[in-house]
Design a protein around this ligand. Structure first.
Ligand SMILES: Cc1cc2nc3c(=O)[nH]c(=O)nc-3n(C[C@H](O)[C@H](O)[C@H](O)COP(=O)(O)OP(=O)(O)OC[C@H]3O[C@@H](n4cnc5c(N)ncnc54)[C@H](O)[C@@H]3O)c2cc1C
Length: 315
């Protein structure tokens, strides 16, 4: 019997299981889908708090994850890089509410603003290339002795007899797994295009046609996006893809002719608040770590460390 079983193999499950193992606990993972088939694999992924609550806890978890990612940017093969980018605004805007978590946030110079924008902030944050980073996490987990079993769990209590504590990192799947009716999908559609030489990211949350972002990575760029609350459709919509490409090309004209490599959709695990707590009343003690909305990567290490602490207190 393992000391801990973690349900889920996205960025939250992998980070949590890794923290547990590196703290000396015998933790293993059970997951319905492997990392490359999760929402985590679709993420852009910038350190940026988005559609995750409550703000004070998001700031605490996000600050801790920022520190860890800053360290990982120096680790070859981790897929993490510190990049400067711009949050663009159509009107004057105050400093972002999360700026205390980021070492330097400055107002954009006029010549940094694309046409149509009146304001914006520039900052350097971790950009995480998810296919590379998820592989790095898996390798580090395996090197620490961790194993991953592919299996659908229909009730956390079915793990009684297999683990001393269960940690629920099932993302959107937690809704069904523990009957949490407050969970819902926030659908995100993206395009992956060849990088035409960009080295800054752009974000525009206020575009009336939809949230718009451009995230350059080592060889490609992620272009987004959508944030459709309540939509379970995982097929990319060609019309939506065309609109994303138009909006992103208006921000950065070099994208207009970029080769399209892939279309993808991910369902963000939306919840009024991230659920990070111990729940009594099960056959086996149950710690929850799910509901990170559009910020699972941004909050991953902060939440993983707190979840590991809850497990250790329980054991
Ligand atoms: C287009 C897009 C862009 C994004 N950009 C960013 C960004 O820039 N920055 C950022 O921080 N975040 C971003 N996000 C959000 C981020 O991807 C999510 O918050 C994060 O991936 C959630 O991780 P997770 O591990 O909780 O869930 P998931 O990655 O969905 O993993 C859930 C795991 O649980 C398993 N599971 C579920 N149910 C069961 C079950 N019953 N039994 C066994 N296993 C089960 C699944 O198989 C899977 O392994 C983005 C998301 C999208 C879609």
């Amino acid at each position: 019997m393992a000391e801990v079983v973690v349900i889920g193999c996205g960025v939250i499950g992998l980070s949590t299981a890794l923290c547990l193992r590196e703290n000396g606990l015998d933790a293993r993972i059970v997951a319905a889908a492997p990392p490359e088939e999760t929402t985590s694999a679709v993420a852009a992924a910038i350190w940026y708090p988005y559609k995750a609550y409550p703000e004070d806890a998001v700031l605490r978890w996000g600050s801790r994850a920022f520190e860890v990612f800053e360290g990982l940017a120096a680790v070859p093969g981790a897929g993490v890089r510190m990049r400067e980018g711009f949050e663009l605004r159509r009107y004057w805007a105050p400093e972002p509410w999360w700026s205390a978590a980021v070492p330097a946030v400055r107002r954009c110079d006029r010549d940094e603003l694309p046409p149509g924008y009146r304001d914006g902030h520039a900052f350097v944050v971790p950009v995480i290339e998810m296919p590379v980073y998820l592989r790095y996490l898996q390798d580090r987990f395996a090197a620490a002795g961790g194993t991953v079993e592919r299996r659908v769990v229909s009730d956390p209590d079915e793990m009684a007899g297999e683990a001393g504590v269960v940690v629920n990192c099932a993302g959107l799947g937690a809704g069904e797994l523990v009957g949490d009716g407050s969970m819902g999908p926030i659908r995100g559609q993206i395009l992956r295009v060849r990088n035409p030489g960009l080295d800054h990211f752009f974000l525009d949350e206020d575009d009336p046609e939809g949230v718009t972002y451009v995230v350059p990575r080592s060889g490609d760029c992620i272009l987004g996006g959508t944030a459709d609350e309540g939509s379970w459709t995982t097929e990319p919509d060609p019309e939506v893809a065309g609109a994303i490409l138009r909006r992103c090309s208006a921000l950065e004209p070099r994208l207009a002719d970029a080769e399209v490599l892939e279309h993808r959709v991910g369902l963000r695990p939306g919840r009024p608040e991230v659920r990070l707590e111990m729940e009594d009343g099960h056959e086996v003690p149950l710690v929850h770590n799910y509901g990170h909305g559009g910020s699972g990567v941004t909050l991953s290490w902060g939440c993983a460390e707190e979840a590991a602490e809850l497990v250790q207190n329980t054991l």
